[in-house]
Design a protein around this ligand. Sequence first.
Ligand code: SIN
Ligand code: FE
Length: 287
Amino acid sequence: MISPILTVPGAGQAGPASLAEALEGGAVLMFPDLDFPLSPFETRFTERPFADGKAKNVNIRGKTATLRGAAGTPEEQAALRALLIRYREFAKGLIARYLPEYGTAITLAGTSYRPFDVDRRKMSWRRDDTRLHVDAFPSNPIGETRILRVFRNINPEGQPRLWRIGEDFGSMAEKFLPRLPGYSPLSARLLAALRITKAKRSEYDHLMLHLHDALKQDADYQAHAPQADVQFQPGETWVTFSDLVMHGAMGGRYMLEQTAYLPVAAQTHPDRSPQRILARKLGRPLQ
Ligand code: SIN
Ligand code: FE
């Protein structure tokens, strides 16, 4: 089954009963008409990339919201940082309003500005996000945490963000799990001791990294696995668990993105997490 896109109508209209349940089941929630206006000064950020070009994206991180990877005058960089802080508040408000079940269990992580054309040419296969994948962070083990992302297309010229959406996580895992190397707690401890990882990599993190790589390296799977093309228009906002939903970004420029973390235990159905799906497929708890 291919992950569904669920359109959530504006205020006052009836939407699906529990959006959290739909998300946890692998849906992408698409909000067609949420307001997030740019000021006249800010429109420049969608006219050319204010990025130093060294990293894929510009972002703010942490309590201090330090801006990284940006370009422009000090005034412009301060305005870009303020825009990202405002987007973080917008995403926070969206989550509070539409996913109230998660309450205070959700924490907000990085916020990014993605001004560049999705372009596969310069990328190594591992960083090539045009290939269908689930998100996994190599140096930042997350264990019992879910990755929820809030995206918004801010392209000023009508250009959609083009995605591919793939099959459900369980079907994908069944094909790939038998090929993955076994987990070694000893090497996980070593990676942490050498500070290659920020914390000890759990078996879940190990499996997700190897899934991410195996998926991206399998040209036959990329070409022939169940998949659908999706377009997100300017002004649209979409939300998904990117550790669960198979996705690839195929085109478009100028997008905002907010990452949020949710403990598996805070889900309405923890058994629908990739953590529990993988354990069920292996027939044992993960280490
Ligand atoms: C990704 O998470 O793979 C990229 C999403 C995007 O840039 O549209
Ligand atoms: Fe991704």
